[in-house]
Design a protein around this ligand. Structure first.
Ligand code: ADP
Length: 343
C-alpha cells in the first residue's frame, strides 16, 4: 500500500472503521460466549468511551497539525520575501521548536549568502568604476598626444617629447593592469602563497634591490639592520613585493638627502620589520585610508603613483596571517611596521 498517497482524514476513517468493526465483532463473540447482556452493555460502554477518547485525540491532533502547517507556510512565505519574524515556540524541546530552530538557522545562512552576494556585487561595481576612473586620464592623454602628432607638424625635438610622454602614459596603464591582475588573482585565491620558514634577509635584499637606484638618484641614505640567519615563515616572492612597495614609497615620499632605515626585531609571536623614513609623513586621519585601493593623498598628486601599492601590500601581509602598523608625524617621517607570525 502506498502510504504517501493516504491522506490523514482517510487514514483516520479507515482506522475508526476497523476499530468499530473489531469492537462489534468482539461484542457479538462476547454475547455468544457469555450469553450475558450486562457484560455486552459494559463492553459497549467501554468501546464508546474509547472511541470518544480517540475522536477527541484526533480532533486535537488535527487542529495542532493544521495550526503548525499554517505557521510553517507563513514562515516559508516570509522567508521567501526576506522578512522572517520567528514566532516564539513555548516549550523548548517540542518538535515545533526544533523545526523553528533549524528554520531560523537556515534563514540566517540564506541572509548571510544574500548579504555576501550583494557585497561582492558592490565591490565589483566599485572596482569597475575605480578602474575606469584610473584608466580615463592616461587614455585621454594618449588620445590628445596622438591627435597632436597627427594633425600638427611638430619639430623633431617636440615629437620626441610627445613620444616620451606617450611612453609614460603607456607605462602607467601597464602598471595599473599588472597591479589589478595581481590583486584580483590574490583576492580570488587563484594565487596561493607558498609559505616556508626561510631567512627574511634574502627577501629584504630582493626588495631593496628594486629601490637602490632611485634612492641613489635622490641621494637618500638606506641602512639595514637584519641578522642574516633570522627566519620566519613567509612567501618570498610576494613578501618581497610587499616590502618593495613600502620601501619604494619611503624613497618616493622622502625629499632628497633624507634617510630610510630598515630594522628587523624578533618578538615572541611575530617578526617585526620596521621601514622608517624621514619623509613628508602622513596626517593621522589619512593613516587608515592609505591601504584602500586607489587612495592617494591630495598632497602627493604631483608625485607619480596610482594608489595601489599599499593595498596590495596589505593583502599580501594579511593573507600570511600578519598585519601592518603605521606611526607617522607630518614633516618628520613615517614608520611602517610589518608583523609576520612566527609559526
Ligand atoms: P601610491 O604611492 O602609488 O600613491 P600607495 O598605495 O603606495 O600608492 O600609497 C598610498 C598613499 O599613501 C600615497 O599616495 C601617499 O599619500 C601615502 N604614503 C604611502 N607611503 C608613504 C610614505 N612613506 N610617506 C608619506 N606618505 C605615504
Amino acid at each position: 500500500m502506498n502510504t504517501q498517497k493516504l491522506s490523514i482524514n482517510k487514514a483516520v476513517i479507515a482506522l475508526t472503521t476497523i476499530i468499530v468493526l473489531f469492537s462489534v465483532a468482539s461484542l457479538i463473540v462476547l454475547y455468544f460466549l457469555t450469553d450475558n447482556v450486562t457484560a455486552v452493555l459494559c463492553g459497549l460502554i467501554y468501546v464508546v468511551f474509547v472511541m470518544l477518547c480517540v475522536i477527541v485525540f484526533v480532533i486535537i491532533m488535527r487542529r495542532k497539525l493544521v495550526l503548525f502547517s499554517e505557521t510553517f507556510c507563513e514562515l516559508l512565505d516570509s522567508m521567501m520575501i526576506g522578512e522572517m519574524d520567528l514566532p516564539q515556540a513555548a516549550e523548548e524541546e517540542t518538535l515545533f521548536y526544533k523545526i523553528y530552530h533549524r528554520l531560523a538557522r537556515l534563514y540566517e545562512i540564506m541572509c548571510e549568502n544574500r548579504y555576501s552576494v550583494a557585497k561582492e556585487r558592490t565591490e565589483l561595481q566599485e572596482l569597475i568604476s575605480d578602474i575606469s576612473h584610473q584608466v580615463k586620464t592616461p587614455i585621454a592623454n594618449l588620445k590628445m598626444i596622438d591627435a597632436t602628432l597627427l594633425e600638427q607638424s611638430v619639430s623633431e625635438e617636440k615629437r620626441i617629447d610627445f613620444l616620451k610622454a606617450m611612453g609614460g602614459q603607456i607605462d602607467k596603464l601597464d602598471f595599473l593592469m599588472q597591479a589589478m591582475i595581481k590583486t584580483s588573482r590574490l583576492e580570488a585565491g587563484v594565487i596561493s602563497l607558498d609559505k616556508k620558514k626561510q631567512p627574511i634577509y634574502d627577501t629584504l635584499a630582493a626588495a631593496l634591490g628594486g629601490i637602490l637606484l632611485n634612492a641613489e638618484k635622490k641621494d637618500i641614505q638606506v641602512t639595514v639592520s637584519c641578522p642574516e640567519a633570522w627566519e620566519v615563515s613567509h612567501d618570498r616572492k610576494w613578501t618581497s613585493e610587499a616590502l618593495f612597495n613600502i620601501l619604494d614609497n619611503a624613497v618616493k615620499y622622502t625629499p632628497a638627502g633624507g634617510r630610510v632605515n630598515v630594522s628587523v626585531a624578533l618578538w615572541e609571536m611575530y617578526m617585526k620589520i620596521d621601514i622608517a623614513d624621514t619623509g613628508r609623513g602622513i596626517v593621522e586621519n589619512h593613516q587608515g585610508a592609505i591601504f584602500k585601493r586607489f587612495y592617494r593623498e591630495e598632497e602627493v598628486h604631483d608625485i607619480d603613483g596610482i594608489g595601489i601599492g599599499l593595498y596590495l601590500t596589505h593583502e599580501i601581509i594579511t593573507m600570511q596571517g600578519g598585519y601592518i602598523k603605521i606611526s607617522s608625524e607630518v614633516g618628520k617621517g613615517s614608520i611602517f611596521s610589518i608583523f609576520l607570525p612566527r609559526d
